[in-house]
Design a protein around this ligand. Structure first.
Ligand code: BDR
Ligand code: CA
Length: 314
């Protein structure tokens, strides 16, 4: 039976691929709605981008606007990675205008109402941006926390250094208080941090396959990833950028791609150089009860083959 999911996102190139992968994988995933948060770019742009991506897929999906800013801090954005629009392309060609509207409900209300209305443990949350919407929903309605089947996030880093500060990964850093509230909520939490996503590089070969075999949407994605690759290639000297966010969706479709290990993780919210760090007890150095299932390794070729094949279905 297909997993029923709500996808909380801040598109963003890798968010866009995650949305497309979910929409293309109808046997494994029923997408109940996209909830959008400010993150990679401000909310008005992430919202427009989410609607454009659903329109590109030519699939039905409701889109809900969420929080424009973190709970306690000013928003930090990532135009340096995703461009001014949040979805700049290599060719300069923008995505087509959306035909999908915005639902009247706030994203947090949609999350709360859906999880309360659906059978217990039947809805999976996936969060691939700052965790503001999720934390707000959990604060509004703590009764939903044990009803969530699993919350799968892209965020954090255990061994790896941060990508927005030396200590912190972007999604956690943007709203560390929200992240901490979510990590301490007791929700059944699964984390795809930089340790895993830095294994998933968009190499020239993989990009060429997406362009050649991914069909109509694959060509558009190829153009987007062409832009997305530029920052990481020039900054880190890697073969391509890590395709972070779709790891969460690939895990729900084909979990065998990934190795997972349960660990104790806490989010540092103290002001200073470690703000937003996910302190991950990889080697069980403490007696703390493991609270997060952490992705440790992944088969990058299988991951990219899955994405290419599914894009071709749209
Ligand atoms: C995360 O930050 C964003 O720029 C990406 O969309 C991804 O969710 C990676 O650190
Ligand atoms: Ca994201």
């Amino acid at each position: 039976m297909a997993k029923r999911i709500i996808l909380d996102c801040d598109p963003g190139h890798d968010d866009a691929v995650a949305i497309l992968l979910a929409l293309a994988s109808t046997e494994e995933i029923e997408l109940l709605g996209l909830t959008v948060v400010g993150g990679n770019v401000p909310l008005h742009s992430t919202l427009l981008n989410a609607r454009k991506v659903v329109t590109l897929a030519q699939r039905e999906c409701k889109v809900f606007a969420g929080c424009p800013r973190p709970m306690m801090r000013d928003i930090v954005t990532a135009e340096h990675v995703h461009g001014e629009t949040g979805l700049d392309s290599g060719s300069g060609q923008p995505l087509g205008e959306p035909t999908v509207g915005v639902e009247p409900d706030h994203a947090a209300n949609f999350i709360v109402d859906t999880i309360r209305a659906e059978p217990e443990q039947s809805v999976t949350l996936v969060a691939i941006g700052p965790l503001t919407n999720i934390a707000i929903a959990f604060a509004m309605a703590p009764d939903i926390i044990p009803r969530v089947r699993e919350l799968v996030i892209m965020g954090g880093a255990g061994f790896e250094p941060g990508n927005i500060t030396p200590a912190a990964e972007f999604n956690i850093y943007v709203d560390p208080q929200a992240a901490r509230a979510v990590f301490e909520s007791g929700v059944n939490l699964t984390m795809f941090g930089l340790d895993l996503t830095h294994q998933m590089l968009i190499t020239p070969d993989r990009l060429a396959k997406i362009n050649a075999d991914g069909g109509r949407v694959g060509k558009v994605v190829g153009d987007l990833l062409d832009f997305f690759n530029q920052y990481d290639i020039s900054k880190y000297g890697w073969e391509g950028a890590p395709l972070h966010d779709p790891c969460t969706i690939a895990y729900l479709i084909e979990p065998a791609i990934f190795d997972m290990k349960k660990m104790h993780v806490v989010v540092d919210t103290t002001d200073g150089p470690s703000l937003g760090r996910t302190v991950t007890d990889w080697w069980a150095a403490t007696d703390e009860t493991p609270n997060v299932l952490v992705a440790t390794r992944g088969d990058a070729d299988r991951f990219f083959a899955l994405i290419t094949e599914r894009l071709s279905l749209l």
